[in-house]
Design a protein around this ligand. Structure first.
Ligand code: FES
Length: 148
């Protein structure tokens, strides 16, 4: 091997090492950023019904937030003692709503949105009603499902 071929071979070896190092550096910097910006696919199954509570848990004119899969839902017991359930995600900008016993209806604290006991938007910025769920009592458990 001549001297010029040796130098050429050494250069190409150094170019490969340098190119690989630069590629590895960029991969180590951008891969975490890429993974952060694109969240992993949700593989958690979405339940069709969940146990929202027990029969004696709520007194009339009260409510509670529970998880329906990955999303919040609200279970209320009206002043007349009827159980109802809705998504707890406000239809305005997706804040979590709550039950206000002093107003006797569902309220969103973010922008003072109001929903009646049927989930209908009655005051404030919410543009649509809350999605209502089906409530069934089985024994002492309150079962909430998306469809009848
Ligand atoms: S997010 Fe509920 S009123 Fe704005």
């Amino acid at each position: 091997m001549s001297k010029s071929e040796k130098i050429k071979s050494r250069r190409s070896f150094l170019n490969i090492i340098l190119g690989t190092s630069i590629g590895a550096f960029f991969a180590s910097v951008f891969y975490p950023v890429f993974r952060y910006l694109i969240p992993p696919e949700n593989t958690e199954p979405v339940p069709t019904s969940v146990v929202a509570g027990t029969v004696n848990e709520l007194k009339p004119n009260s409510g509670k937030i529970f998880r329906f899969g990955r999303k919040p839902a609200i279970l209320i017991k009206t002043p007349q003692g009827e159980l109802r359930s809705f998504t707890a995600i406000c239809t305005h900008l997706a804040c979590t709503v709550q039950y206000r016993d002093d107003l006797e209806h569902i309220w969103c604290a973010c922008h003072n949105g109001h929903y009646d006991l049927h989930g209908k938007n009655i005051k404030g910025p919410p543009p649509r009603p809350l999605t209502q769920y089906v409530v069934n009592v089985q024994g002492d458990k309150i079962l909430v499902s998306k469809e009848a």
